[in-house]
Design a protein around this ligand. Structure first.
Ligand code: ADP
Length: 228
């Protein structure tokens, strides 16, 4: 993990130092540095921030004990959406929500499940060209809680799909080469969902889009929560 973190952080850090040098040289010569330098610095910092957040998530997930409590599925979805919304707005995506009313509470670790949902939502936002549609389905069927997110994005080539839940695997396509990531998110989603007794799945077509989803067992029958 430490080896991987230092390897991944080296690249944006190198870029950052290079641009800081350029800015420093401009400023010392009484020149105003061009905005492209600042933009490149900002991008490198954002990339490092994403890397560190993912690595901390991986570490937390390995160490933290499983804390099972009753969870309001609407609250879980809302919290996960809040994580992904700023990027979705930036990309001008339309978000379509098909959420069943009167869902029962589910049991699990709120932080972990939020992380799993947020990861799937953020990926759909990230791997879809601007102006796409992200469709979220949430419902209960036969004592299982179902969540899925469908995008109109780049999709994953068929010959790379079998590796998609492996740690640090990133699909290699020209269309997604410009998108930053660590390849850690989906392996975490799988780990969290399976630890909750559920199952994660996906369906994807290159150039058309992907659907990622999971189901969780409803452990106890409880009174429904009224949708607000
Ligand atoms: P990251 O996004 O940080 O690379 P993930 O583990 O979340 O890592 O995803 C692994 C890989 O799966 C991504 O690099 C990408 O190639 C592919 N992927 C995940 N979600 C999607 C999606 N919704 N559409 C297209 N490709 C996806």
């Amino acid at each position: 993990m430490i080896k991987m973190a230092s390897h991944d952080l080296k690249n944006p850090l190198g870029v950052l130092l290079g641009y800081v040098d350029l800015v420093w040289s401009d400023v010392s010569n009484n020149h105003v540095p061009p905005p492209t330098y600042i933009e490149a610095i900002y991008k490198s910092i954002t990339r490092m921030e994403t890397l560190i957040a993912s690595l901390l998530d991986a570490n937390r997930s390995e160490q933290q004990a499983f804390n099972r409590v009753a969870i309001d599925p609407y609250e879980l979805l809302q919290a996960s959406l809040e994580d992904a919304m700023p990027l979705a707005e930036q990309h001008h995506h339309e978000i379509v929500k098909n959420v069943q009313p009167n869902l029962h509470p589910i049991k699990g670790d709120f932080v972990e499940l939020r992380e799993a949902m947020s990861n799937l939502l953020s990926n759909s936002v990230k791997y879809t060209p601007d102006g796409g549609t992200i469709t979220i389905n949430v419902y209960i069927e036969e004592d299982r809680f179902y969540f899925s997110v469908k995008d109109t994005g780049y999709g994953i080539p068929a010959d790379q799909q079998s590796h998609i839940f492996e740690s640090y695997f990133r699909a290699n396509t020209p269309a997604t080469a410009h998108i930053n990531g660590t390849g850690v998110g989906l392996s975490l989603v799988k780990e969290v969902i399976e630890r909750h007794g559920g199952h994660v799945w996906f369906d994807s077509q290159e150039g058309r889009g992907s659907t990622f989803g999971f189901w969780l067992p409803m452990l106890d029958r409880q009174l429904p929560i009224t949708s607000s």
